[in-house]
Design a binder for this molecule. Structure first.
Ligand code: PMP
Length: 307
């Protein structure tokens, strides 16, 4: 369940959490016309740091561009607003959810007369797939629902409507007793988890499906590719056939919510020997960014207070 905080930023100012509501005829509620982000702020030894804030805000503008959801604020204004939401709610560690959507004003599909409303909430949120999942790994399955085909609804953007696909995949997985589901592309090749990118360790190398595999090119995915290469681990972005998941040595999910979550079984096949040396190395490198063990040489950690 959500943990309410005090303030939500909406269209330029802070409003009490309970007043941050929208009309029932909001365009996005009917047609999925919203683009959003999920960002984490971590409490580090140097104070609260937002992880890759600029990259998330850039992706939100890119998502909006394709759907003509023209966000009436600048990149800098939205970045500053995220920090305002954190500081006004006195949050040191939080999940931040900015959203821009076609609001109340028309009920036609295109929503020409709908305003673009923008809101940012932040609240505490622990490990998406559970603390025990982070430590011990999770059990996943391939869902019977496939990911969206190219040239239908673009998977590379973070739009509300995409998450109908994620819901089908994840609900099916949970109803079958798995923690999460993986979708294949319409070509039958591995795409990604319902809300996570996927990495496979095979013969000491890291493999992950390419952008063309109906994935969201996640910011955590990019982080892990960068950290792995930095540690001398070879990373290959290539098409992954389903059977590779059953014979690989290690496998893990990445995402802002999921962070780096090991996968211990898929479709009831246990993965590798159960030892996860590379996953552990990647987890240490990733979480090390936030506990001071990994030097941030990429400028990924953004202070909430600029003074
Ligand atoms: N794929 C999907 C479908 C997602 O919803 C997410 C979470 N945003 C990801 C991948 C991971 O992306 P990121 O690392 O940018 O959070």
């Amino acid at each position: 369940a959500l943990t309410p905080t005090r303030f939500i930023w909406k269209n330029g100012s802070l409003t009490p959490w309970e007043n941050a509501t929208t009309h029932i005829l909001t365009h996005a509620l009917h047609y999925g016309s919203a683009v959003f982000e999920g960002i984490r702020c971590y409490e580090t030894p140097d104070g609260p740091r937002v992880f890759r804030l600029g990259d998330h805000i850039t992706r939100m503008f890119q998502s909006g561009r394709v759907y003509h959801i023209d966000i009436p604020f600048t990149h800098e204004e939205l970045s500053a607003a995220c920090k305002t939401v954190l500081s006004s709610n006195e949050l040191a560690s939080a999940y931040i959810r900015p959203i821009a959507y076609k609001g109340y004003g028309s009920i036609g599909v295109v929503g020409l007369d709908s305003p673009i409303d923008v809101a940012i909430a932040a609240f505490p949120w622990g490990a998406y797939l559970g603390e025990s999942g982070l430590a011990d790994g999770i059990d996943v399955c391939i869902a019977s629902w496939q990911r969206m085909a190219p040239n239908t609804v673009p998977t590379g953007l973070k739009a509300a409507g995409n998450y109908l696909s994620s819901q089908l995949i994840s609900m099916e997985a949970k109803s079958r007793g798995f923690a999460e589901g993986i979708g294949l592309g319409t070509d039958g090749l591995v795409s990604e988890g319902a809300g996570e990118n996927l990495f496979v360790v095979h013969k000491g190398k890291l493999f992950t499906p390419p952008a063309a595999a109906s994935i969201l090119a996640g910011i955590t995915r990019d982080t892990i590719i960068t950290l792995a290469k930095d540690r001398g681990i070879e990373v290959v972005e290539q098409a992954i056939p389903r059977e590779m998941l059953y014979i690989c040595d290690e496998m893990f999910f990445t995402g802002t919510a999921a962070e780096v979550t090991p996968i211990r079984s898929i479709d009831r096949f246990s993965i590798g020997s159960g030892e996860r040396p590379i996953t552990r190395q990647i987890q240490d490198a990733f979480f090390g960014l936030f506990n001071g063990q990994t030097e941030d040489r990429w400028g990924w950690l953004d202070p909430v207070k600029t003074s």
